[in-house]
Design a protein around this ligand. Structure first.
Ligand code: G6P
Ligand code: MG
Length: 220
């Protein structure tokens, strides 16, 4: 089936927020005396805030109550949002703007499919809110990636069949979610090694748009 819509993950695809997530979780884990490093941070890619917290707390012996966990997640988000204030259109990752323009020119629908509850704020900061036909994010889903819910919601908002969608992702959880939604999956950056991605690229600068839209045909 022809690709008629492209769904973009946000963090790590449109803009790199990894370092800000890392700094915010590092502060929280430091305050709680919990070991946390960049390798553990990699495991948080594409994973929801509360599930990220559970991964961090798995390195602690202390048993945290539900309300303590909510407090920690709130504190982390306050630090993270303070850092997000620094974001600007200069932080849009290479190749993104050209791809958005090319897709519009071909009448391909475009959406965001992100686990982040900060999606509206991030899109405002980088000036791209009006560029998407639909925005499905962490505020409107129950199950985060690798569950396909966010991508299926994006397809529904766009009024297209899941099989007509290509997803661009930088996380294994996101590639798994796209495949579970029966969508074509493009892995970029750290997802360029995902075995189940249909296309693999270092970044979006050398994405062949014809290949993207015919990804079904080139699938091996
Ligand atoms: C993205 C990031 C994850 C983050 C999640 C939730 O998927 O890749 O690292 O945990 O969003 O972000 P939030 O902004 O809601 O805390
Ligand atoms: Mg991502």
């Amino acid at each position: 089936m022809k690709i008629s819509a492209v769904i973009f993950d946000l963090d790590g695809v449109i803009v790199s927020t990894d370092e800000y997530h890392y700094q915010a979780w590092k502060q929280i884990s430091g305050q709680e005396n919990i070991y946390f490093d960049r390798k553990i941070n990699e495991r948080l890619r594409g994973v929801s805030r509360m599930e990220s917290l559970d991964i961090i707390l798995s390195h602690s012996d202390k048993a945290y109550s539900e309300s303590e966990k909510q407090q920690l997640a709130l504190r982390k988000n306050d630090i993270y949002c303070e850092l997000l204030n620094k974001l600007s259109p200069n932080d849009i990752l290479p190749g993104v703007i050209n791809l958005l323009i090319s897709l519009k020119a071909r009448d391909i629908k475009i959406a965001i499919g992100s686990s982040s509850k900060n999606t509206p704020f991030i899109l405002e900061q980088i000036g791209l809110t009006a560029n998407f036909d639909a925005i499905a994010d962490g505020n409107c889903i129950k199950n985060s990636k690798p569950d396909p819910e966010v991508f299926l919601l994006a397809a529904k908002m766009l009024g297209v069949n899941p099989q007509e969608c290509a997803v661009i992702e930088d996380a294994q959880a996101g590639i798994d979610a796209a495949k579970a939604a029966e969508m074509k999956a493009v892995g970029i950056g750290s997802a360029a090694n995902c075995l189940n991605a249909d296309m693999k690229l270092q970044d979006l600068t050398n994405l062949d748009i014809d290949q993207l839209l015919e990804v079904n045909e080139i699938r091996s």
